[in-house]
Design a protein around this ligand. Structure first.
Ligand code: IMP
Length: 203
């Protein structure tokens, strides 16, 4: 099965490839063509944004496309940054800018009240309108300071509840994928892709 990856983010692309391969699905992930313009994430939900990205790439290439949209919800910030996770510190914010903005926004909040969760919606869209979608979530807390060099985005400050106190940035990729929002979403998506593949073989 050939799928065009809607993301231009190399960190996300690497993780999606790792997880789908780990799920044992024979999928050929094609990189997003350079000439397709960046899709504006104008949706109000992760699902709407994932669909906007997958449909845009599918329309531009004529091939099935897969997208993910991820949000971080921090309880002490009433669910922010949410759909604004990528641009929490402004339109062209770097990962470090966003992390600094987050640590600033919850400075003084004690550990018990620093609860948060990552959610990913993974969505594949076919030219004939078929769609498979999946959701994955991981609960955790926001650390008081950055720890670790691996991963990307908010990984240096996200401590998953199912872990041993390390941030995602202190874990090997396989450890992160085993419990992460993206790992969970794309393993469930892989089940849906298998169903599509089986139905295609039957026709
Ligand atoms: P997007 O809108 O799905 O591209 O992702 C929103 C933002 O969430 C990204 O720019 C990253 O800063 C952050 N993000 C997405 N996935 C992860 C992750 O697995 N770990 C940490 N941060 C992430």
């Amino acid at each position: 099965m050939k799928l065009v990856l809607a993301t231009a983010n190399p960190d996300k692309a690497r993780e999606i490839g790792d997880v789908l391969r780990g799920a044992g699905i024979a999928v050929d992930l094609l990189p997003r063509p350079d000439d397709v313009p960046e899709v504006e994430e104008t949706g109000l939900t992760l699902e709407e944004n994932a669909r906007l990205k997958a449909v845009a790439l599918c329309t531009a290439t004529g091939l099935p496309a897969v997208a993910d949209d991820t949000g971080l919800e921090v309880d002490a910030l009433d669910g922010a940054p949410g759909v604004r996770t990528a641009r929490f510190a402004g339109p062209n914010a770097s990962y470090a800018d966003n992390v600094a903005q987050l640590l600033d926004a919850i400075a003084g909040v004690d550990t018990e009240r620093r609860t948060a969760r990552f959610t990913t919606v993974a969505l594949a869209h076919w030219p004939d309108g078929r769609e498979v979608a999946a959701i994955g979530t991981v609960e955790g807390v926001i650390a008081h300071e950055v720890r670790g060099e691996r991963g990307f985005g908010y990984d240096p400050v996200f401590v998953p509840a199912e872990g041993d106190g390390r941030t995602f940035a202190q874990m090997a990729p396989a450890e992160k994928h085993a419990i992460s929002h993206r790992g969970r979403a794309f393993r469930t998506l892989a089940d849906g892709l298998r169903v599509v593949e089986t139905l295609e073989l039957e026709h």
